[in-house]
Design a protein around this ligand. Structure first.
Ligand code: GTP
Length: 348
């Protein structure tokens, strides 16, 4: 009883708060099983000549086991785990007979099968000096590890920690690469693909349409008299209108569609697997949504319209990459000259 109270009272201290922050920085809790960690755990059991070993991370109210050898434990309540004692003392801990130590005699793994008797462990210490978990070995016979074995256990614990650091660095690198990719392909103002990314995706979609003999359409969108918005209300309001339009497009395209900013106030949507009829329907519905969208110059509401041109390939006549946009551009020209706020389709 006394031991349980000790573990629970000490756990939520200020020091534990910083320790938990160090643990959570590694993003290792609840990650899937991994061969590299299993290998180190098995090696610990082999070197120490004991049947059981595990790598544990001590969270706020549970001890989560990253890998184990000789048994299966997913997680334990913190008050039921020998490892909690190690992270509290932040040192290597050895308990030669768990039944004789008042802190561990009552614990589940001591009382129930497999009736652990010996526990020896080394703290896993974060780069900023916090004990975030342990590498532990256990036996059902009481005893002590020899000095040689303890030295090896300390070395193995360092390898475990190095692996935890490596995995965390890989995750950070992955996230950074993803962020950079996003920055390099996204137009900052509209949140759509930038021109380079749009043209890159166009090449890819043309190749795919050829390969699978599927249709591909492109819709060019140009705002009507946008210069007037800039001239009358200022560039910042013009920018806001473009940003709103970007959001409208993102919310109204399918996951497989590619919406991008082709030029200043000219946007483009690529519609894979969509024949000209479907693309014209989409363009007409988008035109109506743009017309209905309300923007604001301060408190003053504004509306703007757009002209749209649709270009389309069917699978029989997939031409070169540029000709799809040329077709959409020519249709857009007709929509502008036909009076604006309208859709012109294909070569009609
Ligand atoms: N605020 C803002 N304006 C932009 C941006 N890029 C282009 N523009 C403006 O968009 C306007 C385009 O003007 P025009 O090509 O004359 O076309 P328009 O006024 O929309 O007229 P039509 O297309 O013929 O209906 C210019 O005033 C550009 O300065 C931008 O990123 N932000």
């Amino acid at each position: 009883m006394l031991a349980e109270e000790q573990v629970q009272i000490t756990a939520p201290s200020q020091a534990d708060h910083f320790r938990l922050a160090a643990l959570h920085r590694y993003h290792i809790l609840d990650t899937p099983a991994c061969e590299d960690f299993s290998f180190l755990t098995e090696l610990a059991a082999k070197i120490c000549e004991v049947p059981y070993a595990y790598i544990s991370l001590v969270d706020a109210d549970r001890v989560w086991v990253k890998s184990c050898a000789g048994m299966h434990i997913g997680e334990l309540p913190r008050g039921e785990s020998y490892c909690s004692l190690v992270v509290l003392s932040e040192a290597a801990t050895e308990i030669p007979d768990l039944t004789l130590d008042p802190r561990t005699a009552h614990m589940r793994l001591t009382v129930n099968a497999p009736h652990m008797r010996m526990y020896s462990s080394v703290a896993l210490t974060s780069s900023d000096g916090f004990a975030i978990g342990t590498l532990s070995v256990l036996d059902t016979k009481p005893g002590r590890l020899s000095d040689d074995k303890r030295v090896m256990l300390v070395k193995l614990a360092r390898q475990v920690m190095a692996l935890i650091e490596l995995r965390a660095n890989e995750k950070t690198l992955e996230a950074t690469v993803h962020e950079l990719e996003l920055l390099a392909t996204t137009d900052e103002l509209t949140g759509l693909h930038n021109r380079r990314s749009l043209l890159h995706r166009l090449k890819f979609e043309v190749a795919r349409a050829r390969r699978f003999r599927s249709p591909l359409s492109a819709v060019m969108i140009d705002l009507d008299h946008f210069k007037k918005i800039n001239d009358e209300y200022g560039h910042a309001v013009g920018d806001q209108v473009l940003a709103n339009l970007g959001r409208l497009l993102r919310e109204n395209v399918r996951v497989i569609d590619v919406a991008g900013r082709y030029g200043g106030e000219e946007l483009c949507v690529l519609l894979p697997s969509t024949p000209v009829e479907g693309a014209c329907k989409f363009a007409e519905s988008l035109r109506a949504k743009i017309e209905a969208q309300v923007h604001y110059a301060g408190t003053r509401p504004l509306r703007i319209t757009a002209s749209l041109g649709v270009g389309a390939f069917n699978h029989i006549e997939i031409d070169d990459v540029e000709s799809l946009l040329k077709q959409a551009d020519a249709a857009l020209y007709r929509a502008k000259h036909g009076g604006r706020n309208r859709v012109a389709c294909g070569s009609d």
